[in-house]
Design a protein around this ligand. Sequence first.
Ligand SMILES: Cc1cc2nc3c(=O)[nH]c(=O)nc-3n(C[C@H](O)[C@H](O)[C@H](O)COP(=O)(O)OP(=O)(O)OC[C@H]3O[C@@H](n4cnc5c(N)ncnc54)[C@H](O)[C@@H]3O)c2cc1C
Length: 505
Amino acid sequence: MKQFDVLIIGAGVVGNAIAREISKKNTVTVGVLEKEPDTAFGISGRNSGVLHAGFNNKPGSFMAKLCVQGSEGFEKEAAELKLPFKKTGKLITAGFEEDLARLQKLKEQGEANGVKELRIIGREELETLAGYDAGFGALWSGMTGIFDPFQYTIALAEAAAEQGTEYLFGRQVVEIAPKGKSQAAPSNAAGSGSFLVTAENHSTGEREQYRTEILINSAGLFADEICRMVGINDYKIHPCRGEYHILEKRQPWLLELPIYPIPNEKDGGLGVHLTPAIHGNILIGPSAEYLTAEQEREEYSTTRDVMVRLNEEGVALFPELNIGDCIHSFSGIRPKLASEAEGGYADFVIEESKRVPGFIQLVGIESPGMTASIPIARMVAQMTEEIRVRNKSCEAQWQGSESKSAQTGLLQAVSGEPGDEKMLCRCEGITERAVLEAYDRILYIGAIPTVKGLKNRTRVTMGNCQGSFCTINIIEVLEKKRNVDPLALLWNGFGSLMFEGRVKE
Ligand SMILES: Cc1cc2nc3c(=O)[nH]c(=O)nc-3n(C[C@H](O)[C@H](O)[C@H](O)COP(=O)(O)OP(=O)(O)OC[C@H]3O[C@@H](n4cnc5c(N)ncnc54)[C@H](O)[C@@H]3O)c2cc1C
């Protein structure tokens, strides 16, 4: 049975940021259990990719405080992670004169949160910044920026793995026995973990068990279920779906910065907005629809009605948009702690449970969770440190823990041929070499190769053809240069095989 000092459930942006922060200490063994084949398959791979400044959140809340910290520190972190980041600024536009009073309130809220570079601007300046007549006036936020949410989440996982974090993908946590419950603790101190965690291994179909002194629940949409496994029934997540259109890169200069309407506090989101993605596409969305109790929590479909509404609201914000440029649609789901009837707003829960010591719970980590991820991680690392100091036996165990071996040099993991500069994906200009490197990087963090994992790392299949040209090229290269059996290759989740069989040998 594997034993860790700290075990994290969930390899999203928050779990990865926490793993990176805690594994900076060379004496602490850190594991991450993730039900999916790879990182960034949950909410962290389904959002706007906007670095928020922090003016939308209530003063004094974790959301406000951690968002502002995340926004201020992001440029430095992005440089360290070699992550492309653009501080674009953002406009929240007023369609009517009476909206200006609401913008002023938003500005004051932002200033109370410590947000820098906020200004109310008039029609002329708005037109200069937006590049078109976008309304009566606007709130300008200079701290807002854009980045690639896949690359960010993956970069955090690679940094954590490099520091010795062990990722265990395809492991769905199904049962937890906290301290004092049914677990039979071995007599030696080094073997006595406080939590016995059971996970289903989706690759083998077997159940596995793990011991850990500290357990961190960073399970996104399922964080309330994980709480229930340790006997905490205080939380219920109300999944709220947000759908998007992605427009092709034909005219990226059309929109150089995110443009938002004034948020409607009751609708659960920030309103349908326009975001230039860091790679040049334009995103329209997200909408905000609460899922019904009958729907699966990860019901990531897009729906006809919402698609039509996104078109209308997108064009209302920016009349030059050509909806015919839409190449794809997708959705993300907000793990809301407040229901629609309750107004949809609740602060992040980030705490060590009083009832289950050693259990750190992160619940309701919706937007601005990406922006706030590194400050959240620092807060959680501080909590783990305090648990360690408080728990004497735990401290002895930590001191006695074998120093883990950090994996050094990501590129050393590349084992096969490097590949050549032949273009595999014409739309995005992705070469064979880039795809093979991405494949090796998937293996480096212990993830299970999927086409989606390659896509998230390189952008293959994300262009105008949406994979109709490049998918087969990718598979041929993987078969030839990495010995991958196409019949065993997954598209995204478990069970999503690319092929049913061969037509001819
Ligand atoms: C539509 C939308 C737009 C957004 N836009 C922005 C934005 O522009 N800027 C911003 O800062 N934030 C934004 N957010 C918020 C941000 O995306 C989230 O706060 C953040 O991604 C949450 O990360 P996470 O790691 O908590 O969750 P996730 O990424 O979902 O990670 C949780 C992981 O836990 C795994 N898991 C769940 N149950 C189990 C189990 N039983 N066993 C093992 N593993 C399990 C899941 O598979 C998942 O991978 C947006 C969110 C949405 C929905």
